[in-house]
Design a protein around this ligand. Sequence first.
Ligand code: NAD
Length: 234
Amino acid sequence: MSRSVFITGGSRGIGLAVARSFAAAGDRVAVTSRSGEAEEGLLGLKADVTEPEQVEQALAEAEAAHGTVEVVVANAGITLDTPMLRMTENQFEEVLRTNLTGVFTTVRTAVRSMLPARKGRIILVSSALGFLGSPGQTNYAATKAGLLGLARSLVWELGDRNITVNLVAPGIIDTDMTKPLSAARMDGLMRTTPLGRLGTADEVAAAVRFLASEEAGYITGAVLPVGGGIGMGH
Ligand code: NAD
């Protein structure tokens, strides 16, 4: 059955792979990006997740085109890496604004529509590094771990409305986000990844689609690792 799916940060990387995967399965997919552009087959909407009015406008447009949103994937995220002693409050807060407050805004907006429908799937894109910690990423790891508290609180708030909330926790995935990593850092990360390779955005997309599926109806508050064994889910 075709569903109305709303994905933030769908212009490239994991968000785009998730969008393509839902669209290929016949769902009606809206993706937000700061440019508003999207490839054929996806409805592109302009929204910066740090701007609540833009997110609300994008969701309204998605619903006008596709009907009440049934699946929301909060994917948009950034890194701004630097050792903590050199990190400014602005660098810390900029990552929080996108990765944590942006997810709060996205989910709150979507839940307003899901509540009366009494069904919904919410999937937040966290990171294995949120649970392992990562040098130079105090800001990023704090946001990705913070998503767990956000999700599990929502699980309690929305459980009786038949809305599930889960996290995917990707390990090291081959996207623009991991391209700037130094060879030494990448070597270190691969040594702690039992499968010994980067993951693909499509592999993350498959996990997201599972959590959004009918079959995953009794799974909520879970963290699904997609990391080649990095951290073994911790
Ligand atoms: P990416 O940099 O290719 O994609 C990030 C996406 O988020 C882009 O489409 C970007 O435009 C969008 N975005 C960023 N800030 C935004 C904002 N303020 N408003 C709207 N959109 C915004 O990286 P990616 O690897 O595809 O990352 C997607 C998600 O996966 C992120 O949340 C990231 O933290 C997470 N993640 C990535 C990895 C990895 O190894 N690549 C691992 C774990 C988690």
